[in-house]
Write a protein that binds this ligand. Structure first.
Ligand SMILES: [Zn+2]
Length: 169
C-alpha cells in the first residue's frame, strides 16, 4: 500500500501537476481574451510589439495573475499560444497509422488506466493531451491513445491524469 504522501511526491505526479497548473494559467488567459475585448487587444498588441515572446508571457502572468513562472515553462506556454493563434476550426481525422504508432509507443495499453487495446485498434480513442479546444491540431506530439472510458471521463479536464495517478477516481 502506497501512502498518499508517497504518491504526491512521485515524480510523474509532480510533472503532471506542474503541467496542469501551467495549463490552467494558459486557459485563464485564453478565456479572458475571449470574454474581454479590451484585454484581447492588449494581449495581442503585447505579442505584436514583443521582441521576446517568452519574456512577454512571463510579464503577462506576473502582472495579471500574480504568478511568476520560469523561462523554460514560459517557452512551453509560448508553443501553446502560437498553436492557439494558428488553430483551425475543424479537427484533423485520426488515421489508422497514428493509432498504430501510439499503440506501439504505449505498449498496446491506455495511457491512463492501462487497459489493453483490441488487436484491430478499434478500441483506441486518440486524445489531445493539451485539449483541442485550446491548441487545435497544431502541436507536435500532442496525441495519446486512451480507452473509451478514459476518453469520455477526461474530455477537456486538465487534472484527469493526476486524479488517476493519485488513484482518487
Ligand atoms: Zn483507460
Amino acid at each position: 500500500m502506497i501512502s498518499f504522501e508517497e504518491l504526491i511526491n512521485d515524480e510523474h505526479v509532480k510533472a503532471e501537476y506542474k503541467k496542469a497548473v501551467l495549463l490552467s494559467l494558459f486557459k485563464k488567459v485564453i478565456s479572458k481574451k475571449k470574454n474581454d475585448s479590451l484585454y484581447r487587444i492588449r494581449i495581442d498588441n503585447l505579442f505584436k510589439e514583443s521582441f521576446n515572446r517568452v519574456r512577454t508571457i512571463q510579464i503577462i502572468l506576473k502582472n495579471d495573475f500574480g504568478c511568476e513562472i520560469d523561462e523554460e515553462d514560459a517557452a512551453i506556454m509560448n508553443d501553446w499560444f502560437l498553436a492557439n493563434e494558428r488553430k483551425k476550426s475543424t479537427r484533423n481525422s485520426m488515421s489508422l497509422e497514428l493509432k498504430k504508432e501510439l499503440c506501439k509507443k504505449q505498449n498496446g495499453r491506455c495511457v491512463c488506466c492501462g487497459k489493453k487495446f483490441s488487436d484491430d485498434y478499434s478500441s483506441i480513442h486518440v486524445d489531445h493531451v493539451i485539449p483541442w479546444v485550446l491548441v487545435g491540431d497544431e502541436l507536435k506530439n500532442n496525441y495519446q491513445a486512451l480507452c473509451e472510458v478514459c476518453n469520455e471521463s477526461k474530455s477537456s479536464r486538465t487534472d484527469y491524469m493526476i486524479s488517476k495517478l493519485l488513484k482518487i477516481i
